[in-house]
Design a protein around this ligand. Structure first.
Ligand SMILES: *Cc1c(COP(=O)(O)O)cnc(C)c1O
Length: 373
């Protein structure tokens, strides 16, 4: 029996236990549970670590996306282009705002949105009588999408470009951090993300102060100046002070953890490169290594799943069913009848245990099991 964890939140807690307890204790003592001083302190820290013009915390990654869509006044008749190979939240928020998600295929190497498929999706949206509004690119598994190319395409087609960076806090392209790769970025602090709290949490990073002001207002019921002066229809989407306090402590060890994630990814690469297709990181790109996902033949994946289950090695398949084939989303338009890469990869990918506290011995054991398949 192994005690390898898929993501080891407990081991991380043991490393920073005293600091976490003191930080939570301080909130219990001052009693400002909603928008207390920790929230502002965290936002300042996130601003300086990402170099974004402003960062506004909120209650989840899903709400971060929704707040940005609200700031862009997305609504009925708008087409928003999203990759089909992502977590449901990316498309869900579009539908929630009464707009239409249009599904796009992904690149087989990077798992991120494919430009040729995006072109087709825009044509499809127009044919359906929709107004092409914007793109939500997803930085899947921690690898930033191709923002330079996407920005060019967005500009040529008069679309806005948003980053679903729920998985990529800590990633970068050249020296530029996720959070500034485009004008609008959504982060998630769900516990299993690269920066996670002890509950739900999220944030948006924006490069425009007017937009920041608007989002700060709509995350608290559209209030301005006083709590009961409502200028806009908003949400209740605040990050709890206790979660902010936890995130502050976790941010302090984030750079060290990120280095460790890189080290673990390199070790996996070396152990596995002759046996499965290991992740491809384009030149100049830095993944945040939220997940380490390999590609293999479908039959081989079945065998790996079987042996991992037998040996109690935790694993996940992100994603077994692309969004355009999900019951809730199948009726929305897509870039073509089939989104072949997304469909094919859903039968071939498997994500291995990945966290900063994984030991070399555990990695070697996992690799040996894969080799036996
Ligand atoms: C986790 C995730 C989200 C949603 O974040 P929550 O904080 O759980 O709401 C959105 N998009 C992607 C790609 C994610 O992985």
């Amino acid at each position: 029996m192994s005690n390898i964890q898929f993501i080891d939140i407990k081991k991380q807690y043991k490393v920073i236990e005293d600091n976490i307890k003191q930080a939570i204790h301080r909130v219990l003592e001052h009693g400002q549970f909603i928008l207390g001083p920790e929230v502002q302190a965290l936002e300042e820290m996130l601003k300086s670590s990402t170099q974004a013009v402003d960062v506004i915390s909120c209650s989840s990654g899903t709400d971060a996306l929704q707040l940005l869509l609200m700031a862009k006044h997305v609504g009925q008749g708008d087409a928003v282009f999203v990759p089909a190979f992502t977590f449901a939240a990316t498309a869900e928020v579009v539908a929630l705002r009464q707009a239409t998600p249009v599904f796009v295929d992904i690149c087989p190497e990077t798992f991120n949105i494919d430009l040729r498929s995006l072109e087709r999706a825009v044509e499809q949206a127009k044919q359906n009588g929709l107004r092409p509004a914007g793109i939500i690119a997803v930085d899947l598994f921690g690898l930033p999408a191709n923002y330079p190319l996407l920005a060019e395409f967005a500009q040529a087609n008069k679309l806005w470009l948003m980053a679903d960076a729920a998985q990529s806090f800590g990633g970068q392209i050249d020296q530029q951090k996720v959070g500034t790769l485009t004008d609008m970025t959504a982060f998630s602090f769900f516990p299993s993300k690269t920066l996670g709290c002890y509950g739900d949490g999220g944030a948006v990073a924006v490069q425009d102060l007017e937009m920041a002001k608007y989002i700060r207002s709509i995350r608290v019921h559209g209030a301005v100046k006083t709590r009961f002066d409502h200028h806009y229809v908003g949400l209740n989407s605040r990050l709890d002070s206790i979660q902010a306090a936890v995130l502050i402590e976790k941010l302090k060890i984030f750079e060290d953890e990120l280095k460790q994630r890189h080290h673990i990814a390199k070790t996996y690469d070396a152990l596995l490169k002759n046996h499965v297709k290991t992740p491809v990181i384009p030149k100049g790109y830095t993944s945040a290594w939220a997940l380490y996902t390999v590609i293999c033949e479908s039959a081989q994946r079945d065998r790996i799943e079987q042996i991992f289950t037998e040996k109690q090695i935790p694993y996940n398949v992100y994603y077994k069913k692309p969004l355009h084939l999900q019951q809730a989303y199948a009726h929305f338009p897509r870039a073509g009848k089939n989104l072949e890469t997304a469909e094919q990869l859903s039968t071939q990918v498997i994500s291995l245990p990945m966290h900063p506290y994984l030991t070399q011995a555990d990695q070697a054991y996992i690799a040996d099991l894969i080799k036996s398949c």
